[in-house]
Design a binder for this molecule. Sequence first.
Ligand code: PMP
Length: 343
Amino acid sequence: MNREKESIRSLEPYVTNPTVCSVKLDANEGNSELYLDLLKNLANSDITLNYYPDDSYTDLKKAINAYVGYEPKNITVGNGSSELLDLCIKTFVDKDETILSLDPTFSMYSIYAQVFSAKYIGAKAEDDFVLNVDSIIEEIKESDPKLVILCNPNNPTGTLLTKDEVRKIVKSTDALIALDEAYMEFSDESLIDEVMEYDNLLIVKTLSKAFSLAGIRAGYIVANEGLITSIEKVRAPYNLNSLSAYIATKALEQKERMYDYIKDVKEQREVIYNALVDLNVKTYKSGANFVFFKSDIEDLQKKLVEKDVLIRKFSGKLDGYYRISIGTKEQNQKFLEAFKSIM
Ligand code: PMP
């Protein structure tokens, strides 16, 4: 007997790759050392384990305020931006209403949409994954979505829309725009400074990428008070645990380290991009902490795993495409050496 609700019966679970390699460049995670010392701070903190967390997340919101400049009434925190994206759909989209995003983009958007029986449309990119803002606006007009999810820079292609392009989309519609800026620290086209100017814009952020804290699962949304109040109605109490909230707070208080780290990533991104281009590999300019490329080498991922390097392989419509996260200089060199020897 299948007890699953109708909407999830055709759903395939999001599969993470369990392969263990010493050079792990498959999931856009950051640097293992960046905030490692905060683990030690935990022991000396005044966290209580018997009490629930402060559900207002006062300290964390203060640290977010110092980073992005907004008041607690304009912030919701969550268990990774994954939870927050899910919350946006739960809060704003009813059954059979439409969610429009990009194609290709982060695959979880369509999974969340399906769970809530929403219709999902992916606005097709042009050749070479170029995003045409006018055709995105046209698709929004035609499909009249309740929610538009824009990933900027886009995962997995790395494509970056400029501020002007995103503004144009936001202003073209009354639909709510969830702007996922998970990777924006690696570029300079954030709309965060002007998010309050729009009543239909919310920005979703994570500490998993530039802050290199994917393990603690911390993210936040910044938006006008009305949108935040709606999301707060749906958010489960204590959704972010005390230990994660504490580490996220301390990391945000030491954001200079993150700024140094993104400088390294941007440099290394150029190194990898140029090296792949020199090898005649079709490689895409990226605004994120990864580089997307196409390769005809058969079983490339498997061959790299044999050399102890793990990268992300895509399938289906993106068969033959790969994404390598930017690692340390040493990790990136190991990838390039392995890649060259396979070629
Ligand atoms: N948005 C994008 C575009 C992502 O690529 C990811 C993770 N890979 C997420 C959101 C979710 O990140 P997290 O839940 O770790 O914040």
